[in-house]
Design a protein around this ligand. Structure first.
Ligand code: SF4
Length: 546
């Protein structure tokens, strides 16, 4: 019987590759690669060998494995249609160019850093630069020969691509308004910095069972979507009036979506880094390594439950008990930070929406200029593929909004522009079945024309495959790319539709047989939105209505 179909009880009996239970021998190719050589060691080979000798010199175990430890993935060779995805060997899908992800912990950028990112885009990435839904910037068309120069430029302004991908603690997301929001519970910036500086790039944590996504935030909108992170620290105030964090573990989407569970603890800000380290260590030691699809912390948390997880954390890793703590207040209906809003210091922040996170080098340079001209130069990325300029005096806000609008960056976007997200899709992603970014952008344009007065919160998330990079399971309308059959019986690009997802509350329902071709997508979405708009009761959300 193949491992994937063994009954759960049998699987558990022979172990799931947990190091802490003695299963140290690699049980699959990924684990073997990691044992053979730490992913962090590939940096020296990239600088010393591959960038000089070129693409063909790259060891396949590095190319398709360890490169990820530095944010590098081969991109999809152009012209291979979605029907071939999964059926071709990697060598045929791999282009000779790379996607490169820059980690921006907390989404915090200065104008200088933004200019460097912009310059790299123009020089080395054919102008590409996407803001991801984890606050990163993602380039395409990167040549291996240029990687050392790109790293040098990034590192000169304190940025890096280290552990941006791979089985590592990836970018730590944070509220873009940390330190300036009038209603924040606390500013999580010091904790994000401390965790980053102590543990990112440490060989102690560079071989995890799989990726590990973290968030630290004191934002009342809950913009870091703590419910779907592997670990999230959320600002709370305890009964004694002290400010600290509640810790959530085990959230994640993809094929087995789960919401994170509260550990019910109270973590003082100065303790947060060691509690984060304890949770990460549990994942490293007890996480399931046998099967890749079970190698996320959510499966361990689901099996153990929050109470056992907390007990192991306290007894085996911290050596002390954490006090009980409250859960945070519920989120706001819109978790982004789009629009013009006051900061606690009397100045304003201006959040704006590019189309589905797509910007480019030239535009990023312009954004850096505007941030300096109208604000203090501070720029933030958000976890919803948006950007924010901070510290704008009241008298400058409208001039900044107008300047941004000249570049199609909207401060007062329609619901559709504001709340539609799309993953990378077939343009560059080897796993993709359908095109996403352009499709979503066209969808926004059409819906704005057809439904100009619709102003309710409504998320539309577009994925190019069954993975969850654009979080389809928690969207009001989640669109999962796949091949479908059109009226003539021909296989064409299309989407499986999930309806009524809501972060922290419900996963979208996959309505049996509810699929649309890409060509029929706009008509379908228009029909659903019109029905919702006509039938909804006052205050009724899409997820409640559907
Ligand atoms: Fe690629 Fe699928 Fe992720 Fe989209 S959801 S970026 S197609 S892996």
């Amino acid at each position: 019987m193949p491992p994937a179909t063994r009954p759960a009880a049998a699987r558990r009996k022979r172990g799931e590759g947990q190091w802490a239970l003695g299963y140290r021998e690699p049980l699959n190719k990924n684990e073997e690669n990691k044992k053979n050589d730490d992913g962090l060691n590939v940096r020296d080979r990239i600088i010393g060998i591959y960038s000089k000798a070129g693409f063909d010199s790259i060891d396949p175990a590095d190319l398709r494995g360890r490169f990820r430890w530095y944010g590098l993935y081969t991109q999809r060779k152009p012209g291979i249609d979605g029907g071939k995805t999964g059926s071709l060997p990697d060598e045929e899908l791999d282009d000779r160019y790379f996607m490169l992800r820059v980690r921006i912990d907390g989404g915090q950028l200065s104008a200088e850093q933004t200019r460097v990112i912009a310059d790299i885009s123009t020089r080395y990435a054919r102008g590409t630069a996407d803001v991801t839904d984890r606050q990163n910037i993602q380039y395409h068309w990167i040549r291996i020969e240029d990687v050392p120069a790109i790293w040098e430029a990034l590192e000169s302004v304190g940025l890096s691509t280290m552990e941006a991908c791979g089985d590592t603690p990836r970018v730590i997301i944070g509220c873009p308004l940390a330190g300036i929001a009038a209603d924040e519970v606390l500013d999580a910036t010091p904790q994000i910095r401390e965790v980053h500086d102590r543990y990112i790039g440490s060989p102690e944590f560079s071989n995890l069972p799989r990726k590990f996504k973290s968030a630290f935030s004191g934002c009342t909108a809950h913009c870091t979507v703590h419910e779907i992170n592997d670990v999230a620290f959320v600002g709370v105030v305890n009964d004694a009036g002290e400010v600290g964090y509640q810790a959530f573990v085990g959230g994640g989407l993809s094929t087995n979506p789960m919401f994170a569970q509260s550990l019910g603890v109270f973590v003082k800000p100065e303790q947060a880094h060691e509690v984060w380290k304890g949770i990460l260590s549990i994942f490293r030691d007890y996480g399931y390594r046998r099967l890749r699809h079970r190698a996320r912390i959510k499966f361990l948390v689901a099996d153990w439950g929050a109470a056992k997880f907390r007990e192991v954390l306290e007894k085996e890793y911290l050596g002390y008990a954490l006090p009980d703590g409250p859960d945070p207040a519920p989120p706001l209906p819109r978790r982004d930070h789009v629009g013009i809003h006051p900061q606690k210091d009397g100045r304003f922040y201006v959040g704006f929406a590019p189309r589905v996170g797509r910007v480019n080098g030239e535009l990023l340079g312009t954004i850096a200029d505007l941030a300096e001209r109208y604000g203090s130069g501070r720029i933030r990325t958000t976890a919803e593929q948006k950007l924010v300029i901070l510290d704008v005096p009241g008298e400058n806000t409208e001039a900044l909004a107008a300047a941004l609008a000249e570049h199609d960056l909207q401060v007062r976007p329609s619901t559709f522009r504001r709340q539609t997200m799309a993953c990378t899709g077939i343009e560059y992603c080897k796993l993709a079945i359908v095109e996403t970014k352009q499709r979503a952008s066209d969808l926004i344009d059409e819906l704005e024309k057809r439904l100009p007065d619709f102003d309710q919160p409504l998320t539309i998330n577009v994925n190019g495959c069954p993975n969850a990079c654009a979080r389809i399971q928690v969207a009001d309308i989640g669109l999962k790319g796949q091949l479908v059959v059109d009226e003539d019986g021909t296989q064409v690009e299309g989407f499986q539709i999930h309806l009524g997802g809501q972060v922290g509350a419900s996963f979208g329902k996959k309505v049996r047989g509810l699929k649309t071709t890409s060509a029929g997508l706009t008509d379908y979405v228009e029909r659903v939105v019109r029905r919702y708009d006509a039938q909804r009761q006052e205050g009724e959300t899409f997820a409640q209505w559907v």
